[in-house]
Design a binder for this molecule. Structure first.
Ligand code: PEP
Ligand code: MN
Length: 353
């Protein structure tokens, strides 16, 4: 979607009044904004929250287009929303996180889009399920929509957390690995749920080569009718985008292409070695598994496992690896070892050669 600078989607969480929508749009028209966002139909957790102004807001988006030339986008959750948006000339549609989880709703939207040429952005589902996200993307693609973007808005978790919705970066990274041409936008507002870390999350996304950001901007954030804590003023938004560091360009300067390729080929070799080492480790695990079977010993030896984990974490952190990473790595290795030994106990062969 872009070459040099990121795609920028900005605007209020919700369209509240005609003055509010137009006021924010006029303030943003001076900035490098590609799409003006405003929720018309709001999927709210509680029925007592503001649920959006409904169809009347589409007329306000028409005025935004006429007066500012900004393109517009809003959330659709069913066939009627799609039809009304198309009728009012909304430029891009997005499917919200609470809709992506429901294949019936996504299919209804897909059916309403057959034969229409409009870009559609699909937010990740609220739960960390890459398959569900991909399924929704496929449904829209099968309807004949070719301009598709994925919006990463984080994943819900229970209780007080640092982020409102945990980013779980590995999920969009895997999405991009499987669909390299897919445009990926970071909705830093819904990931953060607060203002002070919006910049950090937007930068993290650009460092990961995201194509753009979606940020909620409101002329009077504290008084916003929805998501007040995470919205920022147009001036604050300008500061945020001005401070963003575009890495693609810098990297070529910092590291010559040859040096980059050299480093990458070394990494490939190390990865090969890693796999060989893991293979050797599993062969030893199999030997021990056979011994445990012959001597009727249980697979899990908690004292030994604790010792391995403690030792690895202390050695790993000493080498600058995070405790979380070393823990996760060794838990995965341990689980694979248990799987191997379970097979042996069940009489299945575990040697792969
Ligand atoms: C929104 O963008 O205002 C919104 C409701 O987002 P999400 O679907 O990510 O919760
Ligand atoms: Mn919102």
């Amino acid at each position: 979607m872009y070459n040099k600078r990121p795609v920028v989607v900005a605007g209020p969480c919700s369209a509240e009044t005609e003055e509010q929508v137009l006021g924010i749009a006029h303030a943003l028209k001076e900035q490098e904004v590609d799409l003006f966002r405003a929720g018309i139909w709001k999927p709210r957790t509680s029925p007592n929250s503001f649920e959006g102004v409904g169809s009347v807001g589409l007329k306000w988006l028409c005025r935004v287009k006429e007066e500012t030339r900004l393109k517009t986008t809003t959330e659709v959750a069913n066939k009627t929303h799609v039809e009304e948006c198309l009728y009012h000339g909304v430029d891009t549609l997005w499917i919200g996180a609470r809709t992506t989880v429901n294949p019936f709703s996504v299919q209804e939207i897909a059916d309403a889009l057959k034969g229409v040429d409009i870009p559609v952005m699909i937010k990740n589902p609220i739960n960390p399920d890459l398959g569900l996200w991909i399924g929704a993307i496929e449904r829209i693609y099968k309807a004949g929509i070719t301009k598709i973007g994925a919006i990463h808005r984080g994943f819900a978790s229970y209780g007080e957390t640092y982020y409102r919705n945990k980013p779980m970066w590995q999920i969009p990274i895997e999405l991009k690995r499987r669909f390299p041409d897919l445009t990926i936008i970071c909705d830093n507002s819904h990931i953060c749920g607060r203002r002070d870390i919006l910049q950090d999350v937007a930068q993290k996304a650009l460092n990961l080569n995201y194509d753009g950001i979606m940020t909620e901007v409101h002329h009077n954030p504290d008084e916003a009718w929805s998501d007040a804590k995470q919205q920022i003023t147009p001036a604050q938004f300008k500061e945020l985008t001005d401070a963003l560091h575009l890495r693609g360009i810098e990297m070529n300067k910092a590291l010559s292409k040859a040096a980059l390729e050299d480093a990458r080929s070394k990494i490939d070799k190390l990865d090969d070695q890693l796999l060989k080492i893991l293979h050797e480790r599993m062969r030893l695990v199999d030997d021990i598994g056979n011994y445990k079977k012959q001597n009727d010993l249980p697979i899990l030896q908690p004292a030994r496992w604790n010792e391995i984990l403690d030792k690895s974490i202390s050695k790993g952190t000493g080498k600058g690896l995070s405790e979380e990473f070393v823990g996760r790595l060794f838990r995965a290795v341990h689980q694979e070892s248990i799987n191997h030994q379970q097979k042996i106990m069940n009489g299945q062969t575990s040697h792969d050669d």
